[in-house]
Design a protein around this ligand. Structure first.
Ligand code: AGP
Length: 608
């Protein structure tokens, strides 16, 4: 959601801002804009719709500035429109500002300003209030004015601010919305995410919640909420710009699907040595683990689906009965939490508000937090006691693909480690399981090598208006994830169901040619699945079944059979999701959809 970029330096800010906004497009947006300092005034350019509209608007204008801010907006308050796009300025046009988040008390602040200043409101946004409020406090020192304004603001915000009277300065503030600072040579940046600045620098400062940055081209000062200057964490980005480029693939989503062997391999091998598990940031002792009488796994969307599978792994390997809950429900459901609770938060972005707020609720009640996150330094990691980083690299496509399989790898390792700590599995057994995990990246590769087969199925089914998925045990959970993947990028109506639950109502939907994808990878449930497949075949369904390589031949029972390489039942989800991601991808392309940026969706959901 909303993307922020800011520049102060020696170069022309305009192409840097536009380029940065392009790199942030993946976050989802419906309008964009920039503000630059030019010729003793602030010049604002904004446009509804795609960035191209903004580019067209500024094309031919000779815009040059060494200072500027840019923004992609995902509408919350006020429809997508030029006037509601950021940057917003104060009435005197002294201050320009961009914002990611929501100002919860903006109506109260608006009436305060209407009573106490001459300001005139132009937009329907909560954001505009910030520019007026900063100007209200401005007495020749931009930093102080921003600081004073934020003391009145409630809600979530990362903001970037520039001022006509201080054309060498950029101010950034972070509170509950992401913001990083890029350190360059004779230039510095602010941004919502690293890809926006990677072309110019790999040196990043991570600022924390309620911190303020005063940035010039040669200097960055970071202050806490009491205006004490502090030293922030420095972070060197280890991946390069190409990782955030398509590298010859038609879409980021496809590139990321194909990156899975490497991403999963990295996530696994970073945490094992001589077939033993060694975590960098998880030092839970046996006694501590034993003291937890409750373990929750929380996440949203795909991260939640990964958690559902993690629940089975924890039970199988560690004998732990964890509860997996959707973060947006969990926190409004009076969860029973105390100091003997462990909460496992799963998130690609590390910024999903529902997951973050659930984490905070759990922390308030003294639970310990273990997070499985992809983005280093994100809010969720900063507030966690233990961290497992998925090492998937940047995931730009809105549909989570490679990070899902990395999350599964993380959950398998964690479950094995807990099982070993509790002596539920021996050192020899753990070596056996790790060996099996080591074989996974090659097996994923094998499935990817067969992708043409999936494209063929997509070409037969892309005009279908509904596709159902069913399975049992972990196959049911992978059915959920497959269905979510299809829905979000193909816009086809889809649901997933536990196969045994079909005849309790849903089978009424099955008629001639209903396309059903069934998963029958669990050896102990194979016969049960066969009965379920027969039930729907008898009602005319067209059935595609996913099975393990060496399973019994069921080709006369199903319309199509897709084989995944052999692995242990518990590990099959990390393989069976691959053809399902490819199917969703190809169907989406064939339907002419914007695969990387599906309608109405944002990569990182930082509002409730
Ligand atoms: C995944 O394909 C979705 N775009 C979405 O469900 C996502 O997984 C969810 O919003 C959670 O995001 P997070 O992992 O960044 O917390």
């Amino acid at each position: 959601m909303c993307g922020i970029i800011g520049y102060v330096g020696k170069k022309n800010a305009v192409p840097i801002l536009i380029d940065g906004l392009k790199k942030l497009e993946y976050r989802g947006y419906d309008s964009s804009g920039i503000a630059i300092y030019n010729d003793n005034s602030l010049s604002i350019h904004k446009s509804k719709g795609k960035l191209k509209n903004l580019e067209n608007k500024i094309e031919g204008k000779t815009l040059y500035s060494n200072l500027g801010i840019g923004h992609t907006r995902w509408a919350t308050h006020g429809e997508p429109a030029d006037v509601n796009s950021h940057a917003h300025t104060s009435t005197r046009e002294t201050i320009a500002e961009i914002h990611n988040g929501i100002i919860e008390n903006y109506l109260e602040l608006k009436s305060f300003l209407q009573k106490n200043s001459q300001c005139v409101f132009k937009s329907e946004t909560d954001t505009e209030i910030i520019a007026h409020l900063i100007d209200y406090f401005y007495e020749g020192n931009l930093f102080d004015a921003v600081y004073n304004a934020t003391q009145k603001m409630e809600g979530a915000y990362s903001i970037g601010v520039i001022c006509k009277d201080e054309p060498n300065k950029l101010i950034g503030v972070r509170k509950d919305s992401p913001l990083i600072i890029g350190i360059g040579e004779n230039e510095n940046f602010i941004a919502s995410d690293i890809p926006a600045i990677l072309k110019y620098t790999k040196d990043v400062l991570l600022i924390e919640n309620n911190q303020f940055a005063e940035i010039t081209k040669d200097n960055v000062k970071v202050f806490d909420n009491d205006k004490n200057e502090i030293k922030s964490k420095f972070f060197k980005v280890t991946w390069d710009e190409e990782c955030a480029e398509k590298e010859g693939f038609d879409h980021f989503t496809l590139k990321e699907i194909f990156e899975q062997p490497k991403a999963v391999h990295r996530t696994l091998h970073h945490n094992i040595k001589n077939n033993e598990i060694h975590f960098e940031n998880i030092n839970i002792t046996k006694d501590e683990l034993k003291s937890f009488n409750k373990i929750y796994i929380l996440g949203c969307g795909t991260a939640y689906n990964a958690g559902l599978i993690g629940k089975y792994a924890l039970k199988k390997f560690a004998g732990i009965n964890a509860m997996c809950e959707i973060a947006s429900e969990f926190r409004y459901n009076d969860p029973i939490i105390d100091e003997n609770t462990l909460v496992i938060c799963i998130s690609q972005s590390g910024e999903t508000l529902d997951t973050l707020q659930s984490l905070r609720l759990a922390k308030e009640k003294r639970a310990k937090i273990l997070s499985i996150v992809n983005i280093v330094g994100s809010s969720i990691t900063r507030e966690s006691d233990y961290i497992f980083y998925t090492l998937g690299g940047p995931e730009i496509g809105v549909a989570s693909t490679k990070i899902f399989t990395c999350q599964l790898m993380g959950l398998y390792l964690l479950s094995l480690h807990f099982g070993n700590l509790l002596r539920r599995i021996s050192d020899d057994e753990i070596k056996f399981y790790i060996n099996e995990l080591i074989s996974i990246p090659d097996k994923i590769q094998k499935l990817l090598d067969d992708s043409e087969k999936i494209k063929q199925i997509a070409s037969e089914q892309f005009q279908n208006e509904s596709i159902f998925y069913m399975g049992r045990n972990v196959d049911m959970e992978i059915a959920y994830e497959s269905s979510l993947k299809l829905k979000e990028i193909s816009y086809i109506n889809s649901f997933a169901i536990g196969a045994g639950e079909l005849k309790h109502g849903t089978i009424a939907l099955v008629k001639d040619e209903t396309f059903v994808i069934s998963f029958a990878t669990q050896e102990f449930l194979f016969d049960k699945m066969i009965s379920n497949i027969k039930e729907i075949k008898a009602r005319g369904a067209y059935v595609l079944t996913i099975v393990k390589d060496e399973c019994k031949d069921i080709s006369d029972l199903c319309d199509k059979v897709l084989k995944i390489p052999y692995t242990l039942d518990i590990f099959t989800p990390i393989l069976s999701i691959i053809p399902m991601q490819l199917l969703a991808y190809h169907i989406s392309v064939m339907r002419g959809n914007d695969v990387d940026k599906p309608r109405n969706l944002a990569k990182s959901v930082t509002v409730e």
